[in-house]
Design a binder for this molecule. Structure first.
Ligand code: AMP
Length: 331
């Protein structure tokens, strides 16, 4: 059975981008594959080195994984920092990752632009840590959003380079995966790019947002003054609302508003109201479950302990074999 690995950084609540880009696939994949889903708390330190409530952030993602439908009896859910083996593999892979290729990564360039005062080595080697996350379980499928495609390519590069250097075929090649066959990019409400935690509170709809908050955010989303000619292409300032609708609404709802746009009869207020209603409907069961389990500390502890045990078994086997391949030996 193929092995699957993916994770979400513990830098805050999960938004619709995290859900449709990653977690929805996790829930489907757990029935068919050997799945490892983790909470990336080491990773969160690259951009948030002094988190106010690291444990609370980790707990939030754990709760939301469970609320979204990941079954800890089917998939292995664990906290990244419960596996120090990942750090050891990260060290080995860092020895064979070149400055030039790391500096050229699009996400590194974005981060440098966003945080010019904190361009640390962890940020530079983020793709190496991500490769270690994946290779530690020798996974072949990685459910992620479109923004992670380049990181997956780098994970293949580092795994292949290890294989070449040590004349082995130990690491298989991991590929980004989505059940829809196309990697997802959920746009933000500002119409400028992807939905994300760092793009401002109003840009993202969170799984835990209450209905009135969702309504308010969607009604305030960027739009333009409407089409003036029939069948005119949609400008970016409005395309994002249709793209969001494509993700959360039924196909005939999207077709209905597309038709209204094309014959210039659209009223964006109606579209936004429908979009907010549909987001509220798809998130409602998760919101309820978030409320139900958030304070169940003993259940959450049990899930995290059980997951850490299973994940460590897999990770320590890999590290033992990697040490042998490199040539470390006990006296
Ligand atoms: P992050 O929040 O950056 O840790 O991302 C965790 C996962 O969510 C990754 O698989 C990302 O590809 C995915 N993701 C984050 N934002 C989006 C988005 N706007 N659209 C699609 N996937 C996303």
């Amino acid at each position: 059975m193929e092995t699957v690995v993916s994770g979400i950084r513990s830098t805050g609540k999960l938004h619709l981008g995290n859900y449709y880009g990653a977690v929805k696939n996790f829930v489907q994949m757990q029935h068919e594959y050997n799945c490892f889903f983790f909470i990336a708390d080491y990773h969160s330190l690259t951009t948030h080195p002094t988190p106010q409530d690291q444990h609370g952030n980790v707990k939030q993602v754990l709760v939301e994984y469970l609320a979204a439908g990941i079954d800890p009896e089917k998939a292995t859910i664990y906290v990244q920092s419960d596996l120090p083996e990942i750090v050891e593999l990260y060290l080995y892979l860092n020895m064979n990752a070149y400055m030039g290729e790391l500096e050229r990564s699009a996400s590194f360039k974005d981060k440098v632009r966003a945080n010019p005062d904190n361009i640390n080595a962890g940020l530079l080697t983020y793709p190496v840590l991500m490769a270690a996350d994946i290779l530690i379980h020798r996974a072949t499928k990685v459910p992620v959003g479109k923004d992670q495609e380049q990181h997956l390519e780098m994970a293949r590069t580092f795994g292949n380079r290890f294989n070449r250097l040590y004349k082995t075929d130990y690491f298989p090649e991991p590929y980004a995966f989505s059940f829809s066959n196309q990697l997802v990019k959920v746009p933000g409400l500002d119409g400028k790019g992807k939905m994300g935690k760092s793009e401002g509170e109003a840009n993202a709809v969170y799984l835990s947002d209450e209905p009135e908050v969702i309504r308010k955010k969607v009604m305030r989303a960027v739009s333009d003054s409407g089409p003036t000619e029939e069948n005119q292409p949609k400008p970016e300032a409005i395309q994002h609302l249709f793209d969001l609708m494509k993700v959360v609404s039924a196909p005939d709802t999207l077709a209905h508003f597309d038709g209204l746009y094309n014959n210039c009869q659209i009223r964006y207020g109606d579209l936004k109201k429908q979009l907010a209603d549909d987001i509220i409907t798809v998130t409602a069961p998760m919101r309820e479950k978030i409320h139900a389990i958030s304070n169940d500390t003993s259940y959450l502890r049990q899930v995290a302990l059980h997951g850490a045990l299973k994940a460590r078994e897999s990770a320590s086997k890999t590290i033992k074999e990697v040490r042998e391949i490199i040539g470390f030996k006990e006296f």
